[in-house]
Ligand binder design. Structure first.
Ligand code: ADP
Ligand code: MG
Length: 549
C-alpha cells in the first residue's frame, strides 16, 4: 500500500466518487473483486442510506494497510506511475476515503493472521482496534450523506435507489460468474449466484428459469488491430437470450471490458447489430458479455466513475463483438427463420395506407391458422391475426386508459413471477402506476413477485408475465412514449396467438375492427398487420401479360 505522488494524483480522472448509494456498492464490490474474492455478500437496508454492508473472502489487509486504506490517495494497486497498464478495477485510492467523508465507515479485515483489525471512521475520527474475523474484509457504511443534506434531498425514493443498487449488483453477478455473489435487501434474499463460473448459472439466479433456458452461451476469440506491433486477441464470452425474450429498454444488455462492467453505447449497439433483424425495431435483447483485451488496449482512466473505458481500435473491437454475437445466434438456428421472413417481404408489400380501410374485404380463407386471406378489389390481402389483434387491443386500451383506470381481474390463486432483482424493486417503486394499469403485485422475496390481479380490458385477461413489459416501460420513463410502449406490450399479451382458431364470424369481425383502427396497418410495435399481393404481381408471377390476355 502506498500514497500516490502529486503527479499521479493529478493524472487521475477523479470526480465526485459518491453520488448515490449504488456508487458505494459498486466501489465496495470492486474492492472485493480486486482482493480476489470468491464470495461477496451484499446487504442493504432501505435505499442504502441506512446501511450497506459488503463482506468478502478476499486477501484482506494487515493492520497497517487497513489504517492507510481509509486515507485519500492510498492504494496498493498502482505500480510506480504505471497508469497505463492497470489490471485492477480500482487504482485511484480514493473510494474508501470519499465514502468515509459522507458516512460512518467501519472496515473489518484479516489477511490470514490470527487477529483481524477494525478501523472505524465517524465524523473524521479514526479508531482502530483488534477483533476477530476470518480472512477477508467486511465494510459497513451507515448514515450515508448524514452530513450532506442537499445530496440526501436529491436521492430518489428508497425503492428506486435500491433498484439501482440491485441493477449494479446484477451486472457484477452476471459478468463475473466465477464469484458467488449474493444480495439481501431488508433481510430478504434478492438473489445469489453459485459462483460456478457458468454464465448460464448466473443468469438462472439473476433472471430465473425462462432466460436461462432460452439463451445461448458464447465463447469466441478474434484477432483485432489495436495499433500495436501485433494483432491483439479479443475474447468475447457470455450469454445471449434468444430473440424470443426481449425488453423494452436496453438496460439488460450488459457488458464488461476486462472484468469491469461498463456502460458503452458503441459496444451495446454492436451487440444489437449482432442480433440484426431478429429483433423487432423497438425491442432490446437480454445479454451479458464479457469482453477481454490486453491491458495495453484499454484505458480505464477516462471517466470519473469508470463507467466507460477507452479502447484502442474501438471500432475493430465493436466489429468483433458484433460478429461473435451474430455467429452464436446463427448456430442457434434462429437466423434462418428471419431470412424466410425477409424473402416474404420482398414478394408481399406491407400495406401502408388505404382510403377505405378494409371496407370491402371478404375473408376467403385461412392459412395455417394464423393468417387470414382476404379478397379486396384487385389485391389479395394476408392479415396476421395476432398482429391485428394487438393493434385493436392497443387502440381500445389507449382509449380506456385515457378515460378511466384499466379494469382488473383478481387471480386466485395469485401468480408468482420470478423477476430480475431490479425489476422486483421496480414493482415497489412504481406501485401506483401499476395499480392504475390494473396490476396488483407485491415483491415476495427472492426476486419473486406475487401477482394478485392483472389488467382485464374488454374481457381479455392479461398474462401475469405482462407485468414485466409494464415495468420496463415504466422504468423507461412515465412519459407519453413510455406509456404508449407499455400499452403496446399489454395489448400484445392477451391477443390471439398464432394458431388460435377463429370462427368465420370472428374472422370477419376482426377484419372490420382492424379497419376501424386509427392506424390499422401496423401492430403497436410497428410490425405490419396486413400484406398485399397485387393482382398484377400474381399475373407477372404466372407469366400472364394483361395486354395479350
Ligand atoms: P483503490 O481501490 O482505488 O485502490 P480504495 O479507496 O477503494 O482505492 O481502497 C484503498 C485500498 O484499500 C486498496 O488499494 C486496497 O489495497 C485496500 N482495500 C480496499 N478494500 C479492500 C478489500 N475488500 N480487500 C482487501 N483490500 C482492500
Ligand atoms: Mg477501490
Amino acid at each position: 500500500m502506498r500514497r500516490l505522488d502529486r503527479e499521479t494524483v493529478d493524472r487521475i480522472a477523479a470526480g465526485e466518487v459518491v453520488t448515490r448509494p449504488a456508487r458505494v456498492v459498486e466501489e465496495l464490490v470492486e474492492n472485493a473483486l480486486d482482493a480476489g474474492a470468491e464470495r461477496i455478500e451484499i446487504e442493504v437496508s432501505g435505499g442504502g442510506t441506512e446501511r450497506i454492508r459488503v463482506a468478502d473472502d478476499g486477501r484482506g489487509m494487515s493492520r497497517e494497510e487497513a489504517e492507510l486504506a481509509v486515507e485519500r490517495h492510498t492504494t496498493s494497486k498502482l505500480p510506480e506511475g504505471e497508469l497505463e497498464a492497470v489490471e485492477t478495477l480500482g487504482f485511484r485510492g480514493e473510494a474508501l476515503a470519499s465514502i468515509a467523508d459522507v458516512a460512518t465507515l467501519s472496515l473489518t479485515t484479516n489477511d490470514g493472521g490470527p487477529r483481524a483489525t477494525r478501523v472505524r471512521v465517524a465524523d473524521g475520527e479514526v479508531t482502530v482496534d483488534a477483533t476477530g474475523r476470518g480472512r477477508g474484509t467486511t465494510v459497513e457504511v451507515t448514515d450515508l450523506f448524514h452530513n450532506r443534506p442537499a445530496r440526501r434531498e436529491s436521492l430518489a425514493a428508497p425503492a428506486t435507489e435500491f433498484e439501482r443498487i440491485s441493477d449494479r449488483v446484477a451486472a457484477y453477478a452476471l459478468l463475473r460468474p466465477a464469484v458467488a455473489t449474493s444480495l439481501d435487501h431488508d433481510d430478504r434474499r434478492t438473489f445469489a449466484t453459485p459462483g460456478s463460473g457458468s454464465f448460464a448459472d448466473a443468469a438462472l439466479s439473476v433472471y430465473g428459469r425462462e432466460v436461462a433456458r432460452e439463451s445461448a452461451t458464447l465463447d469466441a476469440e478474434a484477432g483485432v488491430d489495436v495499433g500495436g506491433a501485433d494483432d491483439a486477441t479479443v475474447s468475447v464470452r457470455g450469454l445471449l437470450a434468444y430473440p424470443s425474450i426481449t425488453r423494452a429498454s436496453a438496460d439488460h444488455v450488459r457488458l464488461a471490458v476486462n472484468g469491469r462492467p461498463v456502460a458503452m453505447p458503441d459496444l451495446r449497439r454492436a451487440v444489437e447489430r449482432g442480433y440484426g433483424s431478429l429483433l423487432a425495431g423497438d425491442r432490446h435483447p437480454v445479454a451479458a458479455l464479457s469482453v477481454s483485451l490486453p491491458a495495453r488496449a484499454v484505458d480505464p482512466n477516462v471517466h470519473p466513475t469508470k463507467e466507460r473505458v477507452a479502447l484502442r481500435g474501438g471500432d475493430a473491437v465493436a466489429d468483433a463483438v458484433e460478429d461473435a454475437v451474430a455467429d452464436a445466434l446463427s448456430t442457434a438456428d434462429l437466423r434462418r427463420s428471419a431470412e424466410v421472413a425477409m424473402d416474404l417481404d420482398a414478394a408481399l408489400d406491407p400495406v401502408e395506407s388505404a382510403p377505405s380501410a378494409l371496407g370491402d374485404v371478404d375473408v376467403i380463407g385461412r392459412f395455417r391458422d394464423c393468417y387470414l386471406l382476404c379478397a379486396a378489389d384487385d389485391e389479395l390481402l394476408v392479415i396476421d391475426q395476432h398482429a391485428a389483434h394487438e393493434r385493436i387491443n392497443y387502440e381500445r386500451l389507449r382509449e380506456a386508459v385515457e378515460s378511466e383506470a384499466v379494469p382488473s381481474k383478481p387471480l386466485d390463486p395469485p401468480a408468482t413471477l420470478s423477476l430480475a432483482p431490479d425489476e422486483a424493486a421496480a414493482v415497489e417503486a412504481h406501485a401506483d402506476e401499476l395499480a392504475a394499469l390494473g396490476f396488483d403485485a407485491a415483491p415476495f422475496g427472492g426476486g419473486t413477485v406475487r401477482v394478485r390481479a392483472v389488467p382485464a380490458p374488454f374481457g381479455r385477461v392479461a398474462a401475469p408475465e405482462s407485468l414485466r413489459d409494464a415495468l420496463d416501460a415504466l422504468r423507461d420513463g412515465a412519459d407519453a412514449e413510455g406509456r404508449d410502449a407499455l400499452l403496446a406490450d399489454l395489448a400484445c399479451h392477451p391477443s390471439l396467438k398464432a394458431g388460435d382458431d377463429a370462427s368465420d364470424d370472428e374472422a370477419a369481425a376482426l377484419v372490420s375492427r382492424l379497419g376501424a383502427c386509427d392506424r390499422p396497418f401496423a401492430c403497436p410495435h410497428g410490425r405490419p398487420t396486413v400484406l398485399a399481393i397485387g393482382a398484377e404481381h400474381l399475373a407477372r408471377g404466372f407469366d400472364r401479360h394483361p395486354r395479350r390476355g
